[in-house]
Write a protein that binds this ligand. Structure first.
Ligand code: MOS
Length: 720
């Protein structure tokens, strides 16, 4: 690592590994009051009795917020997809309705956490229960909502709804169903909120992926001028989509602090987290793929259903990209969401792409097998041709497939299942592969201020976020390079809604937009004072930069300035800026115990220019590993009878840990994206997880001959 070059230096690394970082729950004062949540134990019904008298009578208790005591201070919150900032439009304390198990029904505020916890334990209630429906087992009924439909070319023979089978079709056809389980967010830092009213403003400290949106949402629902709210989130201990949107417990903590005239803090327990924010909905797919005898895919049908809540329609479809990667003349896609008595699901790393890619990349593996073609070869034969929409991306994809295969040693693969063994461990080996892709989101309007100080330092400030993605380091390195100064002269300030406007950290677009805005600020600084590097100014000198994503309209600019969600969408046609990659995985299976171990993963990716090599490989590796964890372990274990998640804490909800982690090798092509402006980067954060789980189950099939179509894999799926 060399200072100031495009090095691997993570500017936050030392503070993180030495424990000097202060997370939201590390902040506070002796004046703070402490909150504890009480959650519903029924999935659907009405609270007919809620007895808080004993709790309120306890020494130290200052307030118990329930639907009886909430009053009129908290207004209606607007869901993201209805133009707002909330994870869900359903305010849990707005009335006696219980809409999901684990819904917040009371917030107890007391002098100490112990007082609050004890008082919370004294609250009793009765819920008049109604039958609840949570799973997807009986999906396909009238209440399913169609959210996406795409038909290309003629209908595919045998396609659901057209009646009739394949007729005189020759070639191979695979028609299968696949499913993925509900997954929970488990970032290292649980939810935490501290709210304080001071100097006529509300200050909220809360780990966030969107401080500007959170501040706007709080202002809206608490009846305040937007300038009267400040959300602060300088460090975030992992996010993955769990902190993109405003969550209701934050609102109620702020309301409690307003009423009591003292700061209130709430640390949400790990298991309590499961139902306070988003989760990844379960999905069920029916996929039909057919190819001619030369291995040209001629038809593709993909139908998918996933859960939404009774309160909000979360349109997380995902088949639109699989349809663009490959050149398939006849396609039929339909997507539905299924309202269920669950919390509103939402974003979790590659929320649209991950489940769809699992189903489709599994089906492609099954198709290759029935054609007796190498699965890598089948991908290469069907990539969208030059001239077709995503052709630039798929040319890179061909390189990823070839370079990944070479690095992995794919040509040494014996195609028959069960034919490869590790003589030492006696594991049966399996090699599998799959394609990764992520859309070319271009992020939102981003502003940035740079300040040159008399001490010869440069402070870069913007309301962006670094939940471990490396955004701060990427910005620091780019600014140091542009100014020609060493990295230690640059400081980056993030995570404060009072700083220059930045969009939510989402859609794998925020590092690129932050760097672009920072470089514009550097230009303006140097323009106003050409000698600013060699001769530090007598007084602080500032310059403001802006980045407007390509394709952003005037009205989008206006809406973004107003603190609303405005992401420039994935392009279509010639400028299709997809990020792509290829996964290669080796598993070892103990067929007696039914144990699967991922032994080796190779990923080759095209993400345009590399902004920060260490941060980038960390993102891609972690995504690949997360995919392996999805394939083998992650399952919230939704219980249909109780209507609740059974595995809510880390004791029951299993994630891939260090001891499960194989060797991971990441290859990055590193060609800058010619349509990516000055920065030349494409989205990288969410790419690594897409397709990774399919590569694992494809490898399991190669090892055992057993095709696992329902995630996660269980021991009995691979026995014998
Ligand atoms: Mo991400 S799931 O766009 O935070």
């Amino acid at each position: 690592m060399t200072d100031g070059s495009r090095s691997g230096a993570r500017i936050d690394a030392i503070a993180k590994v030495t424990g000097r970082v202060r997370y939201a729950s590390d902040h506070g004062s002796a004046r703070d009051l402490h909150g504890v949540l009480v959650q519903a134990d029924a999935a659907k019904g009405r609270i007919v009795r809620l007895d808080t008298g004993a709790a309120e009578a306890q020494p130290g208790v200052r307030l118990v917020l329930t639907h009886h005591t909430i009053g009129t201070g908290v207004g209606v919150g607007t869901f993201l997809y209805d133009g707002g900032h909330f994870h869900s439009s359903f305010a849990p304390l707005s009335g006696p309705d219980v809409r999901f198990h684990g819904q917040m029904i009371a917030l107890v505020v007391a002098e100490t956490p112990e007082d609050a916890r004890y008082a919370a334990s004294l609250i009793t209630w009765q819920i008049e229960r109604e039958p609840a429906l949570v799973g997807l087992a009986d999906a396909g009924r009238d209440d399913d909502l169609e959210i996406y439909r795409l038909d290309v070319g003629d209908s595919v023979a045998g396609q659901p709804g057209t009646g009739g089978g394949g007729g005189d079709f020759r070639g191979a056809r695979v028609e299968r169903t696949y499913s993925t389980a509900e997954q929970l967010h488990q970032p290292l830092e649980p939810y935490a909120t501290r709210a304080e009213w001071t100097g006529g403003r509300l200050i909220v400290e809360s780990p966030s992926q969107w401080v500007v949106g959170e501040a706007r949402g709080l202002a809206e629902v608490l009846g305040l001028d937007p300038s009267a709210v400040r959300v602060v989130s300088p460090v975030v201990g992992g996010a993955f989509g769990s902190r993109v949107l405003l969550l209701w417990h934050t609102v109620y903590v702020a309301e409690a602090a307003r009423r009591l005239g003292r700061p209130v803090r709430l640390h949400v327990g790990r298991a309590q987290m499961a139902t306070l924010g988003s989760f990844r909905a379960a999905t069920r797919h029916s996929v039909l793929v057919e190819a001619d005898t030369d291995g040209r895919v001629t038809g593709y049908c993909h139908q998918v259903r996933s859960q939404t809540s009774r309160s909000d329609v979360v349109p997380l479809p995902g088949t639109s990209l699989t349809s663009r990667i490959y050149d398939i003349p006849r396609q039929h896609h339909r997507e539905w969401v299924v309202p269920r008595d669950l919390p509103t699901p939402g974003f979790m790393r590659a929320p649209l792409e991950y489940p769809a890619a699992f189903a489709f990349e599994s089906a492609m593996d099954e198709l290759a097998l029935s054609l007796d073609i190498d699965p890598l070869d089948l991908r290469l034969r069907n990539l969208a041709a030059p001239g077709a929409g995503p052709a630039p991306a798929t040319r890179h994809l061909a390189r990823c497939l070839r370079e990944g295969a070479q690095r992995f040693g794919w040509d040494r693969r014996n195609r028959s299942p069960g034919s490869m063994r590790d003589a030492v461990t006696e594991e049966v080996l399996g090699w599998g592969m799959a394609v990764a892709h992520y859309p070319g989101y271009r992020g939102g309007l981003t502003r940035c201020r740079i300040t040159a100080t008399p001490a010869g330092r440069f402070v870069v400030s913007l309301a962006a976020h670094d939940p471990g993605t490396g955004l701060a380091s990427a910005v620091a390195v780019a600014v140091a390079e542009a100014l020609g100064v060493s990295l230690h002269r640059v400081r980056v300030e993030l995570g404060d809604s009072d700083l220059p406007l930045a969009p939510m950290a989402a859609g794998s677009a925020s590092s690129g937009t932050a760097v672009a805005a920072a470089l514009d600020a550097v230009d303006r600084l140097v323009h106003s004072c050409a000698d600013v590097v060699r001769h530090p100014p007598d007084r602080e000198l500032t310059a403001d930069g802006t980045h407007v994503p390509e394709g952003y309209t005037e009205s989008q600019v206006a809406a973004a300035l107003d603190g609303n969600f405005q992401q420039s969408g994935a392009g279509t046609g010639a400028d299709f800026r997809l990020s792509v990659g290829a996964h290669f995985v080796e598993v070892g299976v103990d067929v007696v115990a039914g144990r699967v171990r991922v032994r080796r993963m190779v990923g080759a990716f095209d993400v345009g220019a590399v902004l920060h090599p260490t941060a980038l490989s960390g993102q891609l590796e972690a995504g690949m590993l997360w995919g392996a964890g999805h394939a083998l372990m992650e399952d919230a274990r939704l219980d249909g009878r109780a209507g609740r998640f059974l595995a809510t804490g880390l004791t029951d909800y299993h994630v891939l840990v260090h001891a499960d982690t194989p060797s991971v090798d990441v290859v990055v092509l590193g060609d800058r994206d010619p349509q990516g402006g000055r920065v030349g980067a494409k989205g990288a954060g969410e790419l690594g997880v897409v397709g990774s789980s399919a590569a694992v189950t494809n490898a399991i099939h190669h090892a055992t001959g057993h095709r696992v179509r329902d995630l996660p894999v269980r021991a009995e799926d691979v026995l014998g």
